[in-house]
Design a protein around this ligand. Sequence first.
Ligand code: 3PG
Length: 393
Amino acid sequence: WKSVEQMDLRGKRVLTRVDLNVPVENGQVTDTTRIDRIVPTIRAILAGGGKPILLAHFGRPKGKVDPSQSLRLVGPALKEALGQPVFFAPDCVGPQAEAAVAALQDGEVLLLENTRFHPEEEKNDPAFAAAMARLGDVYCNDAFSAAHRAHASTEGLARLLPSCAGLLMAEELSALDRALGNPQRPVVAIVGGSKVSTKLDLLNNLVTKVDHLVIGGAMANTFLHAQGYPVGHSLHEPDLAETARAILTAAERAGCEIVLPRDVVVAKELAPGATESFVSPHECPDDMMILDVGPQTVSYVDTVLRGARTLIWNGPVGAFETPPFDAGTHAIARKAADLTQAGGLVSVAGGGDTVAALNDTGVAGHFTYVSSAGGAFLEWMEGKVLPGVAALG
Ligand code: 3PG
């Protein structure tokens, strides 16, 4: 693929797919991270003499017009981030969109309405993609975080117009390649989250790619259970015991060390401030549940990280949204951030919960790279081809 900076954009209408799927409460954007991160691409298009025409989805309106999921709500935050007016068209195809595009002057930015107000978007309908393509001369995709969707605005359009990757898309792809595609070894992956069943493809891919795989969160309980440890009433998936054992065997064959909790934090309930105890994995009482990794595990992960050159992280290692069960995730995040700052580690993190946990710890800025993607980051880590990236050629 070509980067937007390699394209001749002078006088061209640049249909730019961005991800404006941002949290909004009471009509206000509450986290502008995704907006801030597309600003460089919009500025690069303007600097190259092109006219940015922004396409995006917002929420999941399922093909129906829904004013509560209108991109009109996001316009003011985008204007603020860009420091210039952003014109808005109440549709992304048809006469209103065409008129707004025709009226756009050099130096101006236009935002089109939510692509998902049309059912044809998610069906990747060729006629719908062609209707959008009429609005531009060049297609720029800057929405890595939506690239796992084969939709008209993420995939179809790339086949109809000369295409390029925006700066954020290019940055995401190069950071992820550095972490997993072509990394400096040893590589450590930390995978947390609640269910093994939702991360099977991820675990199976990682054991063939990384040198150490740290498994935390409730999904570690399934592995402990599979190895015959008591897990009390911890969240776990007993049906997946066999699968978990197969992953352990595959890892052994591939020379990947699986790091499971060496000590765990248990409590009677998952509630803020609940009384916690630290026990070894074979000591979880029947009436308690495992909610975090303990200090011995943190210290072992620290040792592993000290010997590593690359870290890729998806998923908190404990019930981080309910203190005190955030301690393990915070401690590991701090250690990874310190090693990164000291210059020894390339650290890449992604996924909504993971980024929230890093922000909470105050160390997101100390990681080498924090992805703006949730589902797309996971699918990329699973080794899947992302249709939006593949279509860029
Ligand atoms: C995201 O928020 O991860 C992306 O915008 C994709 O959204 P979706 O899961 O609704 O396709």
